[in-house]
Design a protein around this ligand. Structure first.
Ligand SMILES: [Zn+2]
Length: 252
């Protein structure tokens, strides 16, 4: 079975003790590629050091930092500096839960638009964070003419999914699909040809008490195959091909 983890955070401290082993387990479980996404400038070198045949990198910034112009500028500089080494920009987006105590909605949108423009300029896919802000995220992406979009751990309504699918964007289903009725709803609404799989490691594990890791996609792929009424092999193959297309990794 060929699997692809479209979004995780292997540079995080949670993996400092056994990162190599986690990657080895991922490969043993069938993961042919994964995209790790540092969301703080200081984590970028660590993420880039993991790059190889299986590990790819996308540079983003935590929405909670969007009020800090220095962090925003550093992130943009890192993206420009490493544009040939990264497969995407993100995760970036909007987070209206964070807006309660962090950067206000308008500030978030302004910074989000800068990242979308940068993705257009550099012709890179965007990996999108959209907590409590699915509709606004879709609107901003659409207004800005975003092209290749991967909606990470998307929590929108079936109508939101339809909006994304109509534009050729991808919906990324996390491993907690096995226990989240909302994620299950999104998965049901997403056609296979627009679905990719992610772990979002170290979070969103199938078992909420455990640290997540990419190899857990073997759990979600079985669950999703059942939910979609398809063979797990087929679901693995289709979602892997989708990810290779989205991240433009074909033939590499
Ligand atoms: Zn994430």
């Amino acid at each position: 079975m060929r699997l692809f983890d479209s979004h995780c955070h292997l540079e995080e401290e949670a993996f400092d003790e056994d990162r190599e082993e986690v990657i080895r387990r991922a490969v043993q479980s069938g993961i042919v590629g994964l995209v790790t996404s540092p969301i703080y400038p200081e984590d970028v070198p660590k993420a880039l050091s993991l790059r190889g045949d299986v590990v790819h990198v996308s540079i983003g910034l935590d929405v909670a930092e969007y009020g800090d112009e220095d962090e925003v500028r550093r992130t943009i500089e890192l993206i420009l500096e490493h544009q040939d080494e990264i497969v995407a920009i993100g995760e970036v987006g909007l987070d209206y839960k964070v807006a309660r105590n962090g950067p206000p909605k308008e500030k978030q949108k302004e910074v989000f638009r800068r990242f979308i423009s940068l993705a257009r300029e550099l012709d890179k896919p965007l990996v999108i964070h959209s907590r409590w802000a699915q509709r606004p995220v879709l609107r901003v992406l659409d207004e800005m003419g975003a092209e290749t979009v991967i909606l990470h751990a998307f929590g929108g309504t079936p109508a939101d999914v339809e909006f994304a699918v109509e534009r050729g964007w991808y919906v990324s289903v996390p491993t907690n699909v096995v226990r989240s009725s909302n994620v299950q709803k999104v998965a049901r609404a997403t056609p296979l040809e627009r679905m990719v799989l992610e772990s979002d490691s170290p979070v969103l594990a199938p078992n909420p008490m455990e640290r997540n890791e990419p190899s857990n996609i073997t759990v979600s792929v079985k669950y999703l195959a059942d939910l979609k009424g398809v063979d797990p092999e087929d679901l693995a193959e289709i979602t892997t091909e989708n990810a290779l297309t989205a991240y433009r990794l074909r033939g590499s």
